[in-house]
Design a protein around this ligand. Structure first.
Ligand code: NAD
Length: 249
């Protein structure tokens, strides 16, 4: 098993068809103890129980630094150590530039970008102390190709910000034994689109994907597993596309 004896924290991992829960399930199957952090605390506890014994589910809004610190304290009290942090939580909105209000901008940037910053700050001191850790961050193909799939320009901006933040963290934290990498998925079939992605839109998108299908949550979970495990021991500051060839660059 690739994560035997390891512990992992995954944010945004409570939604039933989401990438986070698929990752939690895979990590647990590979031997890890997993802490699921989600803004929906009840769903987080339910999800943790569903993936087996010994896992944790904690309510945590990743935008709220105090909540991140509190969650980190609870995870460390329960697990003793954290080897892997997956900054996966995110939201999107299908808005055009002129439709984005101040509150939309703030919440999108906050959850997708500040959330990565806040939760990382909560766990880095512990990882530094141990001289080890792997942090994987969720970006998106939208950051690389300027959106045009589902999320608006504010989503592209937030996810592009994640790339910059993660690369700078990789450079700064490498000497402490902490690796930081990003995944950039294409269109993955989850509930993040809130029913607003029609079959016609999907068919149109698939025409531009060389592998001729949309992605699954498991497609991304397997890349998070690679980044979490020692298979990627010499990989940091990397961005791994999981897009079926939608963007080849
Ligand atoms: P999802 O909606 O199924 O999962 C997102 C999870 O994040 C949910 O469980 C939600 O409750 C949680 N969440 C939202 N706001 C939060 C907050 N403030 N604090 C803590 N948790 C919060 O969607 P998903 O598609 O599995 O998305 C996971 C990540 O993947 C997101 O960052 C998303 O932007 C990114 N992504 C998704 C796709 C896609 O096509 N589905 C593509 C590229 C990137």
């Amino acid at each position: 098993m690739l994560l035997s004896g390891k512990t992992a924290v995954i944010s945004g991992a409570a939604s039933r068809r989401g990438i986070g829960l698929a990752t939690a399930r895979l990590f647990a199957a590979e031997g890890a103890r997993v802490a699921i952090l989600d803004i929906d605390g009840a769903a987080a506890r339910e999800a943790a129980a569903a993936i087996g014994d010994g896992h944790l589910g904690i309510g945590c809004d990743v935008v709220d630094r105090a909540a991140c610190d509190e969650a980190a304290g609870r995870v460390l009290a329960a697990f003793g150590q954290v080897d892997v942090l997956v900054n996966n939580a995110g939201i999107t909105q299908p808005l055009k530039l002129m439709e984005i209000g101040a509150a939309d901008w703030e919440r999108l940037i906050d959850v997708n970008l500040r959330g990565v910053f806040s939760l990382s700050q909560a766990f880095v001191p512990h990882m530094r102390e141990r001289g080890a850790g792997s942090i994987a961050c969720m970006s998106s193909v939208s950051a690389q190709r300027g959106g045009g799939i589902f999320g608006g320009p504010h989503y592209s901006a937030a996810k592009a910000g994640v790339l910059g933040l993660a690369k700078a963290m990789a450079r700064e934290l490498g000497p402490d034994g902490i690796r930081v990498n990003c995944v950039t998925p294409g269109l993955i079939q989850t509930d993040i689109t809130g029913g607003k992605l029609t079959e016609t839109m999907k068919a149109e998108i698939i025409k531009g994907i060389p592998l001729c299908r949309l992605g699954t949550a498991e497609d991304v979970a397997r890349i998070y597993l690679f980044l979490a495990s020692d298979l990627s021991a010499y990989v940091t500051g990397a961005v791994i596309d999981v897009n079926g060839g939608m963007l080849i660059h």
